[in-house]
Design a protein around this ligand. Structure first.
Ligand code: PGA
Length: 238
C-alpha cells in the first residue's frame, strides 16, 4: 500500500481531487467509484472548482457510488443520492443518466442489489475507486463481521456506524440502520483505489490497516491484498 501523508484535510482533498482529475483526463470513458460521508466533501469541492476553471470535462464520466441508506427517498436530504447531486452532479457537466447509486426507495432491496451488480458487471471495471474509512474500519457499508460479501447486499449498520452518522441528523430524526452497499469483491475490481482518512477518530482503523494483519473485523485491512491502493491521510489519522 502506498501512503501519501498530508499535513491537513485541505492537502488530502487536493491529493484526492488530483487523482480523480488524472483519471478523467487520461481515460476516454472513465468509470469512477465514488464515496459519500464527510471525508470526500473537500475533494468534491476541488473537482467542482477545476470544472469551473475549464480544467475538467465530466461529459464522458460514468460514476458508481458505494452505498445508500435503506429505505430512503432520493429526495431526502440525508440520502446519498441527494448528497451526490448537491456536492457534485448538479455542479458539473456529468450526464446524470450515467450516475449510479443503489436505489434506497426500491420495493425489494434484494432485487435492487442484484440489479446493482448487473450495472457493475455491465460497466466492466472501475478505473478509480474512492473510499473513506469508518471508525470501525468499514469500507462502503461493509461492516466488521465474521464473513464479508463479494457483491452488493443489504446490510444492518453497526451501532458505532449509526452513532457516527448521527452527527448528520437533527435531533429526533430517525437515523437509518440499514443500507445497500457494494461488496468487497466489487470494490476489489477497481484498477486503482484511494483510501482517504482524516482526523484522529480514524487513527485506530488506520493503525489496523497498516498493522500487516488481515481481518474481517476491520474490513479495510483486506485492501492490503489489492495491487494498487494509496492511503491519503493526515498526521492525525496516522
Ligand atoms: P466519514 O465516513 O467520511 O463521514 O468519516 C467515512 C466512512 O464511513 O466510510
Amino acid at each position: 500500500m502506498k501512503i501519501i501523508q498530508c499535513k491537513d484535510y485541505d492537502e488530502i482533498s487536493t491529493a484526492a481531487a488530483n487523482e480523480v482529475a488524472r483519471v478523467i483526463r487520461e481515460k476516454r470513458r472513465p468509470v469512477l467509484g465514488l464515496a459519500t460521508g464527510s471525508t470526500p466533501v473537500g475533494m468534491y469541492e476541488k473537482l467542482v472548482r477545476m470544472y469551473g476553471k475549464g480544467e475538467l470535462d465530466f461529459s464522458g464520466v460514468t460514476s458508481v457510488n458505494l452505498d445508500e441508506y435503506y429505505p430512503i427517498s432520493p429526495d431526502n436530504v440525508q440520502s446519498y443520492r441527494y448528497y451526490m447531486n448537491n456536492k457534485l452532479f448538479d455542479r458539473v457537466n456529468i450526464d446524470k443518466n450515467n450516475t449510479y447509486i443503489p436505489n434506497g426507495n426500491a420495493a425489494d432491496p434484494y432485487d435492487e442489489c442484484a440489479k446493482y451488480d448487473s450495472v457493475l458487471d455491465s460497466l466492466g471495471k472501475i478505473d478509480l475507486q474512492v473510499l473513506g474509512i469508518g471508525r470501525n474500519g468499514h469500507i462502503g457499508f461493509n461492516e466488521p463481521d465474521e464473513s464479508l460479501y463479494l457483491g452488493t447486499h443489504v446490510t444492518r449498520l453497526s451501532d458505532s456506524t449509526v452513532k457516527a452518522n448521527s452527527r448528520f441528523f437533527s435531533e429526533g430524526e430517525k437515523i437509518p440502520d440499514r443500507a445497500l452497499t457494494m461488496g468487497i469483491g466489487s470494490i476489489f475490481k477497481a484498477d486503482k483505489i484511494i483510501l482517504l482518512a482524516s482526523g484522529d477518530s480514524k487513527k485506530d482503523a488506520v493503525k489496523q490497516v497498516l498493522s500487516g494483519k488481515l481481518t474481517t473485523s476491520c474490513p479495510a485491512t483486506l485492501l492490503n491484498l489489492h495491487p494498487d491502493v494509496t492511503l491519503i491521510c493526515d498526521s492525525d489519522a496516522m
